[in-house]
Design a protein around this ligand. Sequence first.
Ligand SMILES: [Zn+2]
Ligand SMILES: [Zn+2]
Length: 82
Amino acid sequence: MAKVYICSKCGTAVTKDSTPSGWGCPHGGSHDWYPVCSNCSTHPGGGRDVYQCSKCGVVVYSDSSPMATNCSSGGSHLWSRL
Ligand SMILES: [Zn+2]
Ligand SMILES: [Zn+2]
């Protein structure tokens, strides 16, 4: 079941079944991945609804609201349903 992982340092979002490789964060060192949802995707059609974080701008397609943990813009993601 695909999950969306977002790096709390650089804000990169990837869709994977398990934690992605940490190597090569553009902000230095390794990516610091956090899963924000399960059964969701960064690609259209990956979920019923579209959510965007109003702080870092990342877009997630998910059946339910993603978790707020560790926004790359600081603090928690602030998801709004588009
Ligand atoms: Zn990163
Ligand atoms: Zn965010």
